[in-house]
Design a protein around this ligand. Sequence first.
Ligand code: URA
Length: 434
Amino acid sequence: MRPADIIAKKRNGESLTREEISFIVRSYTRGGVEDYQMAALMMAIYFRGMDAEETLALTDEMMHSGAVLDFSEFGRVAIDKHSTGGVGDKTSLVIAPAVAATGVLVPMISGRALAHSGGTLDKLESIPGFRTNLSLDEFRSNIKNVGAALIGQTREVAPADRKLYALRDVTATVECRPLITASVMSKKMAEGVNGVVLDVKFGSGAFMKTQADAVALAELMIDVARKMKRACIALITDMNQPLGRAIGNSVEVIEALETLKGRGPADLKLLCRELAAEMILMSGLVKDIGQARDMYDRSISSGAALDKMREIIRAQEGNEQVIDDYRLLPSAARRHEITAPEGGCLRKIETESVGRACMILGAGRTRVDGPIDLSVGLEMNARIGDRIEKGASLVTVLYNDDDRLQAARRLIERAFTIGPEPVEPPPLISRVLR
Ligand code: URA
């Protein structure tokens, strides 16, 4: 088989066979297919799509590109959650410890910043010393001893997604349903979990811009999970404004720690509670969602979730003192306020632009292996539906470089629509697909 023939077939709108998908994924993972060929194939899939059978085959091949884990010998149920990506989404940092503290195993393979959306791994790496590149043995031993571990796709687990995720990020091929499905579900299935709770986002800051597209993505992902004999449900959630107040890396860690301490912004608290409760319910520890919410609430109010976070950080060689002293986290040298040019009601936020502005400050990558600045970020000071006075601060920019500030500022200023008419804030959770 020749990669160019497979690319041409997809470019012409034909379906790929299982053998072709298997050949291309295996060759790419081994280094036998070049990045430029894979980028061309990703773009062809972006425009031509994949049917359900191709998507399942792609997921399965990517899952089996490395080791497939199995925690059944530990005698506890393993459940994970995954979000399709948004701005300010730090729920994993709250949910993993809070759910693990209830006795459910949470083996979490996460991603880095992708396009305008942040990545759990980059956020965690702002904790000094924190290792997201655990070996397979270390990962297994942390799951056994701590109950949760958060790592990236490695050369051992989901290596195909490790390469493809980074490639898609820099070739404008992220926003594609079959590719997102295969990327997310291959990682989750390789983790050896019994079930997955998905947070599928839609809106101006999500990869899916409409609710209908998010529902179609969620249905595809649930279909793949069920065919692979795993439990799966999806919450369809709003990403027309950032989640919580903080956007960036170290600033999001602080907001997640605040949420683990029972504080934190209302929207973040609500989404963490609902996603975590669904995980606890899926694990079979409780009979209904009310009991699952109670269990989550106790995990937070008793301090067990925060203690578990301490354990996770220690086990992954991070400095656990950050929990008590946020000054140990990287912090930007300067602050700049972006203010409202007029008074009125905040009607709309171009959330993708806000996410891009944060990347421009240095919080995300422009090259596959580029460095990032863990200290920069944004603090959102207004939410949709708020009444704003002229001159009030909309966003506080935490930055290190004046040129980057100017570029980010231009994007942020254009991202806000303020008008005289009041507007209802959008509901955060619109549907649960079971
Ligand atoms: N999250 C992933 O893991 N992969 C994607 O493609 C998008 C979001």
